[in-house]
Ligand binder design. Sequence first.
Ligand SMILES: [Mn+2]
Length: 312
Amino acid sequence: MTVIAILVSDIHFSHNPPIARNNEPNWYDAMMRQVRFLKELQKEHDNPPIVVAGDVFDRWNTPPALINRVLAEAPTFYAVAGQHDLPFHSLSEIKKSAYWTLVEAGKLINIPHDKPLSIELSTTTLFLYGFPFGFPLHDPEHPISERSNSVHIAVIHDYCWQSGFSYSGAPTEKSVEEHSQSAGNYDILHFGDNHKGFLKRVNRHQIIFNGGTFYRRNIDEVDYCPMVGLVYDNSDVKPVYVPVNKDILSIKVQETKSEENVEIDNFVNYLSKISLNGIDIEEAIAQYMVMHSVSDAVRTEITGLLEITRHG
Ligand SMILES: [Mn+2]
C-alpha cells in the first residue's frame, strides 16, 4: 500500500508562545521541531501531499518574522482557511492574510470550494474538496461514480462533535453522524477546528479524521499526543503520533509586581482618566503626587521630566 496524503489539522503557527509554552527557550524553534518531523515523514513516504484542514496561523495578521520562518522551513502544502486565518472570520478578506502570503509565495495551495482539485499520483488520483470556515459541508455536485483508482477527501474547517473528544457545551448537532449524513459520498472527511483529535469509521466505507491540534498549547493537553493521518491508496487512514518529548509545558507563574511598577501603573491609569481639557497637566501631576504616596525616586523622575518639557 502506498501513502497518498498526510492529513494535518489546526497548526496555529503563532508569534507568541501560548501561556503553557512560555518556558520554551525559543518558541519558533519549538514549532519548527514538529515541522521538521512532518518533512521527514513526508520524505519517508515518497513525498505525498500534505493537506491541512484550516487554522494554519493563529492570527490572520501574523508578523513577517514568523511568515518568513514558515516560508523557509515548512514543506509545500494544501489547505483550506480556518477562522483564525481570516480577517474578521471573513473569507472575502482572505487576500489580506498571512495565509494568502503563503499562497502568493507558492508555499500553500489553497483548495478551492467551488470545484475539486485533483492530484495525479503514481497509483491513484487524489481529489480534494475544499470547505473553508463558514462553508457548510455537502456532497459533491457530480456524484462520485467511478471509485476505482481515485480517493476523494473533503477538507473541512468546521466543528465535528464526538463524545469524549469535545469540550463541554460544544455544539452536538455537528456530530460525526450529522456530518457524515450530509456528505456520505466522500471516502474521507478531514476536519479541522475541534482540537481533540480522533479517527472514526462510519458506514463501512467512510472515515472521519479529526486531526486535532498540531501543537500542545494548553496545560490541559499535558497528556495529549498530537497526531497526523496517513492516507493509503485504498482510502484507509492511519494515525501517526507526533513526537513531543522535547516540549516544555508549564503553568506560567505570575511574577509579583515590584512596588514601583504598581505605582507607575496607578499613575498611568490616573492620567488616562483625567480630561486634559482646561486642566494644566503639571497641576494634575502635582496633585496626584500630593494625594498618593509617591516614592522619592518616582517623584524625582517625574519632576525631572516636567522640567525638560517646560524648557522644551
Ligand atoms: Mn483551531
